[in-house]
Design a protein around this ligand. Structure first.
Ligand SMILES: Cc1cc2nc3c(=O)[nH]c(=O)nc-3n(C[C@H](O)[C@H](O)[C@H](O)COP(=O)(O)OP(=O)(O)OC[C@H]3O[C@@H](n4cnc5c(N)ncnc54)[C@H](O)[C@@H]3O)c2cc1C
Length: 503
């Protein structure tokens, strides 16, 4: 598969054209299907490849290094679409649907987000009503659904009301998109990832049979979480592939470029930036490989590992790409040098499948509620005294007294970030002796943890922030400096989002 992807990239893929035309060439899906890339982890009895996690992440890293559109096309189907069907659909549905999905004859996506909710999945407003015959009627609207108009199946999440009119909670359904009442909406125009379309969807008295249920009634978030955890590992690994490719090009350029101080690669400041980027890349690689190995050996993966992968993987790898744009100078800003397109495309990774802020605060709140449970993660690591002391200091910070919700959110954000760095530091420290680069990566991770810890400790007592109303009044006054310049008139195609308009 890796050979196929490399050759396909060299000989057939045209990333610039996909980006400019906002679409894939016609043979892409059948070609990828032929190579087995739509059934990566589906069991062989359903015609899939049954890859272990350690091989699957190699596919994500490879696809990510080639093109974000390619990665996300494969990943939406393989990580968001397939796992809920594989693990939560009834056996007769699995037997009918999975072979088609695994062979790429039909695509599947996932529809969670709505106009009024994104990160807060518990706030889903689409409704499902159970009928006396056991079937369901779904109504509502979904937004930003990748492949929403192209997929043959959608894992749809809605709030269920049972036969007695009781709210049963969020429930998942596998919906065939040819069902009457599944109404495809317009495509949104995005900053990057332009070849993978996102659509809004309307669900208008969409009538689905009892067998479309994914898992149990009211337990839809369990199915959704299976997809999210796989998705988080995929995003970190795909971004890692992109960072590796961007660094490869940056290194070539730096070696070949002469500046006022001599060769660019030998300028100490530049060497430092490259060394930090390499350390970040190696640290993220160690984290995703560790998660994949644990999964393959049947060991439990503590949830904070997935959060660390999503948060640090996507943040750090995008920073690496951003630095590469910078180090390439004007060549970084030129849109035909790959890195510029990566800069736009991979920006998304900090936003979707849990924004950095939302999941950092969530992770921090988890740690604040049960610090000992989080600390037990480190029992299996042989922490050196310095690292053990840092982990102790993180624990001490969890006892910080807060006054009001605002300070609790700030504290949770700090603790969530520190939790991620503590995991990364413990993991990289374990690999310290493998090579001099590993030793550098371990020291770099520990330094990051120390810096973030110091900055959190020094932020006590919390600085009093302006109130949300004060901020709104102040920013509202900007109009007296910059006026009303909204371009909203008949004929302007891409109108401003309703939540962003004046008044
Ligand atoms: C290209 C693209 C493809 C997508 N594909 C899909 C798809 O296939 N299926 C699907 O269901 N959805 C999809 N989405 C939607 C995506 O998952 C959401 O955009 C994402 O979850 C963020 O939600 P939101 O945009 O409503 O932002 P919001 O949740 O409204 O967040 C707005 C801001 O608030 C911050 N924030 C939110 N909650 C908290 C918190 N608790 N603490 C602190 N800060 C917080 C966020 O970090 C962000 O800065 C896609 C989006 C894009 C752009």
């Amino acid at each position: 598969m890796l050979d196929f992807l490399r050759r396909y990239s060299r000989e057939q893929l045209d990333s610039r054209r996909m980006d400019e035309r906002r679409g894939f060439h016609l043979s892409l899906i059948p070609d990828l299907a032929q190579a087995g890339l739509f059934g990566l982890q589906v069991p062989k009895r359903y015609r899939g490849q049954e890859l272990p996690h350690s091989d699957t992440i190699k596919v994500w890293r490879q696809a990510g290094a080639i093109d974000c559109n390619l990665l996300i096309l494969l990943a939406v189907h393989n990580t968001l679409g397939v796992p809920p069907v594989q693990h939560f659909a009834r056996e007769e549905v699995r037997a009918a649907v999975l072979p088609e999905l695994a062979q790429g004859r039909r695509l599947v996506t996932s529809a969670v987000s709505e106009p009024s909710m994104g990160s807060n999945v518990r706030a889903i407003t689409s409704t499902a009503t159970k009928r006396p015959d056991g079937s369901y009627v779904i109504n509502g609207g979904k937004q930003w659904i990748s492949l929403g108009n192209d997929a043959h199946h959608v894992n749809l999440f809605a709030r269920l009301t049972d036969e007695n009119g009781q709210d049963t909670g969020i429930t998942g359904f596998l919906v065939d998109t040819s069902t009457p009442g599944f109404v495809r909406g317009p495509e949104v125009v995005t900053l990057g990832l332009k070849a993978v379309p996102q659509n809004s969807l309307s669900l208008e008295n969409l009538h689905v049979p009892a067998e479309s249920l994914l898992g149990e009634e009211g337990k839809g978030l369990v199915a959704a979480k299976t997809a999210f955890t796989q998705g988080r590992l995929m995003l970190a690994t795909g971004a890692l592939g992109a960072a590796m490719r961007a660094l490869e090009m940056t290194q070539r350029f730096a070696r070949r470029r002469e500046v006022a101080t001599g060769n660019l690669a030998e300028n100490g400041r530049i060497q430092q930036i490259i060394a930090e980027s390499v350390a970040a890349t190696q640290a993220v690689e160690m984290l995703v490989e560790h998660i994949a190995d644990r999964l393959d050996s049947g060991r439990e993966v503590p949830e904070p590992f997935y959060f660390a992968a999503k948060i640090l993987g996507c943040e750090l790898m995008w920073q690496v790409v951003d630095r590469c744009v910078q180090l390439l100078g004007a060549r970084g800003f030129v849109d035909t040098n790959v890195v510029g397109q990566f800069y736009r495309d991979y920006r998304l990774f900090r936003i979707f499948e849990g924004t950095t802020e939302a999941i950092t605060v969530y992770l921090g709140s988890m740690v604040l509620k049960q610090p000992q449970q989080f600390l037990s993660i480190f029992d299996e690591f042989d922490l050196d005294p310095a690292l053990a002391e840092y982990v102790d200091r993180v624990d001490k910070l969890t006892t910080t007294t807060t006054t009001g919700g605002q300070q609790r959110h700030i504290l949770a954000g700090q603790i969530g970030e520190l939790a991620c760095w503590a995991i990364l530091s413990a993991l990289t420290a374990e690999g310290r002796t493998r090579s001099s680069m590993h030793a550098h990566t371990a020291s770099w991770s520990e330094q990051q943890l120390a810096d973030k810890l110091r900055s959190a400790e020094e932020s006590r007592p919390f600085v009093e922030l302006p109130t949300a109303d004060e901020l709104a009044r102040h920013i509202g006054d900007f109009e007296s400096s910059i006026g009303n310049v909204e371009q909203r008139r008949p004929g302007i195609q891409h109108d401003l989002d309703l939540l962003l308009r004046r008044g």
